[in-house]
Write a protein that binds this ligand. Structure first.
Ligand code: BGC
Length: 384
């Protein structure tokens, strides 16, 4: 039986637990109030980066203007105890020096484009090469490394931030000036919703996503192999050795990729399936059975049986990249002071399929002048 958010929060308040801050000494926004802004750091070129603190419906979040990074996402366990369930860093320097996209907004194209090039309307475009022969997450300086304009809001639909970034024509090799708006909203029930919108002045390709690494036991709380994951997807896109889809939509039936009924992530992760061997774990795009939808529809459930923290996701997107943190190698550490090793966090990236610009058979990622790219993903939290 699922304990309602209100019941957990009421129990927590009675036990005096809601006042406990996961990161002491930092600004805390009041529930439902306008997000609070503070200076987070200064980039090498002198640009100031701010941090916004939001709280609503029992969910607390800290967001940076740099990369739109979710630096902290705090939710309660079944006893009302809060933990930051997202991997990240304490300082701007750490994010700017080397981050595997912790918490960041990803654009202009989330995931990989094979050979770092694509052809559109008969013209070939050479993209920034940053992952072997491929272009990953928008290239060497994607949207995750840009400073966004941020406007806070609070109102009937919740509290949140409107983030805006204008990507110049030709940036990272992509054609067209892309005007991008991403809205983070914390609803009255604690849901975290992301709305993406973009327009262009020349034909281009777009695939925006969010790269939060989740660990529902809490950042630094060990690996995610015991987390249970459910993905309503009967097929996935197998890849070559550089993680570019082969083009096949393979059935998950009878393979480690079958998460349709939910199972612990660690159950099959060490199976010698060739796809798991080459990706060093799960790092694949699942083809969501629901397909592209106008409104967000059910796309995943992630649950930590120890704390009871549960996250349900819904999206308008046709694909979900589930990445089991395979390339975390113990060289980085988070606010807890603990190092991040393989499998210490996982990403669930709602998206169009990888390498779509080179795959006419995949749902199209082309955006033309006069059209508006739209995508939405909702994360709902509970504890049971
Ligand atoms: C990709 C991984 C990649 C990681 C970078 C994920 O979205 O699927 O292959 O290594 O991002 O941290």
């Amino acid at each position: 039986m699922e304990t309602s958010r209100r019941t957990v929060l009421a129990a927590a308040a009675a036990a005096g637990l809601t006042a406990v801050a996961a990161t002491p000494g930092t600004a805390h926004a009041k529930e439902g109030a306008k997000p609070v802004k503070e200076l987070f750091g200064t980039l090498a070129d002198g640009t100031k980066v701010h941090r916004w603190t939001l709280a609503n419906g029992g969910t607390r979040m800290k967001v940076l203007s740099y990369g739109g990074i979710v630096q902290s996402l705090e939710i309660p366990d079944r006893h009302g105890r809060y933990a930051n369930v997202s991997l990240g860093f304490d300082t701007l320097d750490a994010y700017a020096a080397s981050s595997p996209y912790f918490g960041a907004l990803i654009g202009r194209y989330g995931n990989r484009i094979g050979g770092s090039r694509f052809t559109l309307d008969g013209r070939e475009y050479q993209l920034s090469v940053n992952d072997g022969p491929n272009s990953l997450h928008g290239g060497a300086a994607g949207f995750d490394k840009r400073v966004w304009d941020v406007e806070p809001f609070s109102g009937p639909r919740g509290v949140g931030l409107v983030l805006r970034y204008v990507s110049a024509d030709g940036e990272m090799g992509y054609p067209g000036r892309l005007d991008t708006t991403v809205t983070y909203t914390l609803g009255g029930n604690g849901d975290w919703r992301i709305d993406y919108a973009a327009t262009t002045d020349r034909p281009t390709v777009v695939n925006l996503t969010s790269h939060t690494y989740f660990n529902l036991a809490g950042e630094g709380g060990g690996d995610i192999l015991g987390h249970e994951l459910r993905l309503p997807a009967s097929r996935y896109t197998p890849t070559d050795a550089t993680l570019i889809p082969t083009g096949e939509l393979a059935k998950v039936t009878g393979t480690p990729f079958d998460f349709r009924h939910g199972k612990p992530i660690g159950r099959d992760i060490r199976t010698a399936h060739p796809q798991l061997v080459l990706a060093k774990g799960f790092d694949h795009n699942w083809v969501l059975d629901k397909g592209i939808t106008r409104a967000p529809q059910y796309a995943a459930t992630l649950r930590d049986p120890v704390s009871g923290r549960t996250m349900r996701m819904a999206t308008t997107e046709p694909g979900m990249q589930f990445y089991s943190g395979n390339f975390l190698d113990g060289t980085l550490h988070g606010p807890s002071g603990r190092t991040y090793r393989q499998g210490d966090g996982l990403c669930l990236e709602t998206q169009h399929f990888p390498d779509s610009p080179n795959r006419p058979d995949f749902p199209s990622t082309v955006l033309r002048p006069g059209e508006t790219y739209r995508s939405a993903t909702v994360h709902s939290f509970s504890a049971r």
